[in-house]
Design a protein around this ligand. Sequence first.
Ligand code: PGD
Length: 775
Amino acid sequence: MSDVTHASLPDARLLPHSSHWGAFSVLVKDHDIEIVPHPRDADPSALLGNIPAAVSHKARVARPMIRRGWLERGPGPDDRRGSDEFVPLSWTDALDHAGAELRRVYATHGPRAVFGGSYGWASAGRFHDAPRQLHRFLSVAGGYVRSVNSYSSGAAAVILPHIIGPQAAVAGNNVSWAELVAESSLVLAFGGMALKNNDVGGGGTSQHIARDSLATARRRGAEFHLIGPLRDDLPEHVEAVWHPIRPGTDVALMLGVAHTLVTERLHDRAFLDRYCVGWETFEAYLLGRSDGKTKDAAWAAAICGLPADDIVGLARRCAGRRTLITCSQSVQRAEHGEQPVWMGVVLAAMLGQTGLPGGGFAYALGSTSNTGKPPLAVPLPTLPIGRNGIADFIPVARIADMLLQPGETFDYDGQRLTYPDIRLVYWAGGNPFHHHQDLGRLRRAFARPDTVIVHESAWTATARHADIVLPATITLEREDIGATAGDPLMIAMHRAVVPYREARDDYAIFSGLAERLGIGEAFTEGRSARQWLEHIYEPTRRALAERGVNAPSFDEFWEAGELALPVEPWDGGIVRAFRRDPAAMPLPTPSGRIEIASAAITGFGYADCPGHPAWLPTVEGAGSSAASRFPLHLIANQPATRLHSQLDFGATSLASKIKGREPVRIHPEDAAARGIRDGDIVRLYNERGACLAGAVLSDALRPGVVQLSTGAWYDPEDPAAETPFCVHGNPNVLTRDAGTSRLAQGCAGQLTLVEIERFDGPLPPIKAFDPPPGG
Ligand code: PGD
């Protein structure tokens, strides 16, 4: 038996379950359900409060639906996607239509015309993971164009392997929370380590430890510095020194700090010589020898808006102690997002702390709940996705470019690639009309393919932009296994409620389609969902048995409700090994060392990502031409009241809204200048679109900055309008759809320029949670 037991598991109605925001139990009472946090979690997430509404909300998709225009005129590009009505069909008819269309596209255009990139967080189980189910299905069906990387970490995922090592090896697991608690003397947190981000992590967690770890480190005397425009990106109890930097200018500040380190001889030359390549090239840039511009503190101050004395002071405080530089995911989710990650690595190297416990550089520590924890000693249950025979891919955030510009070439990480001509888009487990930038442009892009098929549990904007909508179960309606590499507890996710109306599991939907395509056996391998759970559990059980530790049978695991998995001792990974012996344990970079300058990246010849970290002005930053018309920096960050767009209709999310609109925080000075009072409804706008939001006046922002989180369901007043006006508060009507650079082509949605005005007109109704016409 596991050493962690569920509080009242013998009570048959208290059912173990899990989510991306934490493990919990469900108490089913007559027609009501109660969500009980896992007893092991001392700091459970408030997002659990969103779950009960999901069970039978009016926003749920009740039946299979087909868009009227598609049903009547057949497949083809159509501007009415997103504004058309829907027609309910039986499952048999809907699957027949979807199957026939898949056959047609595969036969007429081939697998390169099928986009299965289908990015999205879906739900937490290891088997009913909708994107993996889709990938497995399309691999068996003939292949598909995929997407690579993530909206979370698009820039870091590509730059890190060039300069220090793959993200999986160096992010979140080269410095642990335990080391931060015990060893770090000074933490310089670029973009902070906001507790709201720690609430969530892919696959969930049974213990949210960030709040306590930060508090304990502080009590020991660790000094925290928050570099960021939002004061609450570190919790109050760490008493951080707040450096309210101008958004998007972290690299300038880092260069100013680096310059001070060099001119005051505080940098660790021995470390740079032994462990790095490219120092001379970078130093020439830093000191202005290569471009005539000295990157000193005064230079940096003019760009980043912090006093030069503070920059000099920060450099002096960082030197000669166990300094940890963290870089949040948000900082790289912006134009030139590769640069702060690269420069963070360089700054840590200059301080000579890289690879020491609690020191050096940690990417994304604190950006999700499952970073900075010891690795598991056994493999996790995993659904095999088969082999996709198609090599074509796009960096994930280039979806609109791909649909709008088939046949055009683009750059990515040293390659010149071509956008495929996509005829069929298949999405399961994601919400691009939440996650993508410039939603007006995305709407035009979604008008291009012949057919869009979506599995959704609710009428998200993505479902509304589909031709065929197949109703999916939510996680409470099915059995699964909850587990993640960042947590030692594996959860037997019991079914708590029956499926809503006609909803089916993604697996059941794909099984039905696979039968129609004549690949039923290849897809299911003859297993029911329960048999798959037993099947994918087996490698974990075997590995446990091989280690001679508790290895319950599947039935025993299911009965117990959870299983504690062994973890490996924390060893600092490849970076610490490299520090100990750089000759024997080189980094997996081209030189085997930390690349302060990269010959490979220099060779790519990208002006927007040169061969060493550099300050690059942004199209939408202070001093840009857009800033004269749209003077406020909008931070469109992760929400505190839901995961992305999931369960926006839930109690925790709704409680934060103002007259039903998403809250936007604005500094009192900026509000006063515009006649805006706390609680007013305001209109944010720029040349791409506009949205309404409810004003919250706050001095926790740098003046000139406003903050509107992502995830309010897109609710256009007129879904067919060329320039979208979202009456609910989705910031992605405003954000710019451009890659971080030609290197990574990552999502740059975090920062945008906008203007705001009070909205005095009659308030348009919120329709986001109502089914569409016919739905
Ligand atoms: P979610 O809201 O999690 O957003 O984008 P993502 O698409 O992941 O969408 C998941 C969808 O899957 C939901 O609609 C949910 O209903 C559905 N779903 C859940 N479970 C199931 C299931 O079992 N089956 C099926 N078929 N569907 C299911 C998140 C993305 O947004 C991310 S990761 C980041 S980091 C980005 N962040 C920003 C940002 O900082 N700023 C801007 N402007 N934009 C961003 N977008 C990105």
